[in-house]
Design a binder for this molecule. Structure first.
Ligand code: ADP
Ligand code: K
Ligand code: ZN
Length: 433
């Protein structure tokens, strides 16, 4: 099932023509209506006439998160506030929040792309979708909400939290799909299991998980725990929110809706485009946004793009799993570590749950690398030897994958705090020195 076949399956040359037309239009728009972008372009000596085709995109300046902070709150709006019908914001980790504004047309585009994602995951107007992303300034809740309504499905606007009730209503209302972070999905799965209600009494068959990095092993875990198909949905506030891309039933990369959000991959150091298919930093240009267009926005997300046509029939470019944000990369004793690598190893071992916490510190001028991980109840034992053997097993495995010996702390089942939104997997105490 394809929501917008003309676009999603468009011949790639045709797509480039469409992107070229739209790029010219958005560049005109920001040059004339956004003092911020006009100034940036003038600094590079670029005028709208220099941008004729999508290939000219590399002539345009990059935009970074700090630009949004420096222009807080409304400095990047390219339309009068009377045209802005919705604001969203992301807290970020430090400093001022990032604020984005949408015109009515922008909201329509958002509803369109989320509809594509849901349809790609097999959801139709006959289905109900429980939206357990947070509602409010965070884009997750209202983003999915708009998409479900657009396809004519039944939205169950749960928001996050109230976990017992989530389970009850999911059961009673017969939700076909669940949309939330993978961390919260894991928590919900555990709660279903503990509720004593047999899984067969739920009608859930798909999950739309995103807003944080997750791994293939986490997908397997969630699919097995809930008897569903788990689909990736990707997005970020600056570009529009969830729905910038979504996975199809082939589950082989996340299709990016490149008629609206043009993706590039650049080397994060040199900012030059990488060879097609190589890993680098994902950069987006919004081709159709009115309220707050983004030109070459650096996401900090590390991934690669796949341009071959997908088996589902869509030609829309696919993105590989996001390794993490470059900001999330830990450098421990000189070794680069992404939390997603740790997650992947933990989930390969049947004895452990997907709940973990990485604690990094510096003691006597040396980095310490502790991983707290929960053992599954059926493997938990009072016998010292058994636990020591388990610890050795996971230590060796992580050392061989990451190249760094961790200090493993096996903790009791259910002792690591559960997350209802984006999970916090790292405590880096070195930052507070
Ligand atoms: P914040 O910056 O406060 O976390 P956002 O909700 O805008 O606010 O977060 C967007 C970021 O979340 C993305 O840039 C990416 O790092 C991460 N993200 C979103 N969806 C996914 C996904 N499906 N897979 C991996 N990471 C994701
Ligand atoms: K308004
Ligand atoms: Zn596909």
């Amino acid at each position: 099932m394809i929501w917008n076949e003309t676009i999603e399956c468009m011949d790639r040359e045709e797509m480039r023509k469409l992107q070229s037309i739209r790029l010219r239009r958005v560049v005109e728009h920001v040059y004339h209506n956004s003092p911020f972008y006009r100034k940036k372009m003038q600094e590079l000596g670029v005028v709208p006439q220099d941008i004729q085709s999508i290939d000219d995109i590399t002539k345009l300046p990059f935009t970074v998160k700090q630009d949004l902070r420096d222009n807080y709150p409304f400095g990047l709006m390219a339309v009068p506030m009377s045209e802005i019908v919705r604001l969203h914001a992301s807290s970020g980790t430090t400093g001022k929040p990032i604020v984005v504004g949408y015109t009515r047309k922008d909201l329509g585009i958002w509803e369109e792309v989320v509809a594509r994602c849901l349809t790609a995951g097999g959801i139709t107007k006959n289905d109900s979708v429980q939206v357990s992303y947070g509602y409010g300034l965070f884009t997750g809740g209202l983003g999915l909400h708009g998409g479900v309504q657009n396809i004519g499905g039944t939205v169950i606007p749960m928001s996050s939290g109230n976990t017992q009730k989530q389970i009850q209503l999911m059961h009673d209302f017969g939700a076909k799909a669940l949309a939330c972070t993978p961390s919260y999905a894991l928590y919900l799965a555990e709660t279903i299991h503990n509720s004593g209600i047999p899984l067969e009494e739920f009608q859930l068959r798909a999950g739309f998980f995103g807003a944080e990095p997750w791994t293939e092993n986490m997908r397997k875990e969630l699919e097995e725990k809930m008897h569903i198909k788990a689909y990736d949905i990707y997005g970020l506030t600056e570009i529009c929110g969830p729905g910038v891309g979504g996975e199809c039933e082939c589950q082989n990369g996340t299709h990016l809706w490149e008629d609206h959000f043009f993706p590039e991959i650049v080397d994060p150091k040199t900012l030059q485009p990488v060879e097609p298919g190589q890993m680098g930093e994902l950069v987006f240009t919004t081709l159709t946004k009115e309220g707050m267009p983004m030109i070459r926005y650096r996401t900090r997300d590390l991934t690669h793009l796949i341009y071959e046509k997908c088996e589902c029939g869509r030609t829309a470019v696919r993105m590989g799993r996001i390794l993490g944000r470059s900001d999330d990369m830990l450098i421990i004793r000189g070794v680069n570590v992404f939390p997603s690598q740790v997650e992947s190893v933990i989930l390969e071992l049947p004895e452990f749950e997907a709940h973990y916490l990485i604690v990094v510190d510096r003691v006597n001028n040396t980095d310490t690398f502790q991983i707290q991980v929960e053992v599954r109840p059926e493997y938990y034992s009072d016998e010292m030897n058994k636990m020591i053997a388990l610890k050795k097993k996971i230590t060796n495995r992580i050392q061989s994958v990451i190249g760094l010996q961790p200090d493993i702390k096996i903790v009791e089942p259910r002792s690591i705090e559960r997350s209802m939104g984006k999970a916090k997997h790292v405590i880096d105490k070195r930052k507070f020195e």
